[in-house]
Design a protein around this ligand. Structure first.
Ligand code: GSH
Length: 107
């Protein structure tokens, strides 16, 4: 893979991450100063997606991330596979690959 592809996020997506019928079912746990989060947010903007963001500097959002995903690391994409049931996708490159595969055609 070229450096250009790497920067664009051309990795293979995490195969176990569930598909969603709408990207309204996604939420991004992030922090403002995190460069990995910025990379994900640049792709969200590029794809024209509206994805709710939760800043884990807020204790309640950090607590939700820890309780659901098990790690405090950001970025993390929360995927609602069924109402109230979530899959927590870590790693910026996996998140970017997921967004490109599942939400690339939406505006
Ligand atoms: N390989 C990860 C690295 C993410 C990462 O290192 N995030 C930092 C913030 S920039 C983090 O959350 N570190 C753990 C912590 O702060 O507790 C990715 O690409 O998403």
């Amino acid at each position: 893979m070229s450096m250009f592809d790497w920067l664009k996020g051309a990795d293979k997506p995490d195969a176990s991450a569930p598909a969603v019928d709408s990207c309204e079912r996604l939420a991004l746990y992030q922090r403002a100063w995190c460069p990995y989060c910025q990379r994900v947010k640049a792709v969200i903007a590029e794809l024209g997606l509206e994805i709710t963001e939760y800043d884990t500097n807020e204790p309640e959002h950090l607590q939700a991330l820890l309780a659901g995903g098990g790690q405090r690391m950001v970025p993390c994409l929360r995927i609602e596979q069924e109402p109230g049931h979530y899959y927590w996708l870590y790693e910026s490159m996996d998140i970017i690959a997921y967004l490109r595969q599942h939400c690339g055609g939406q505006s």
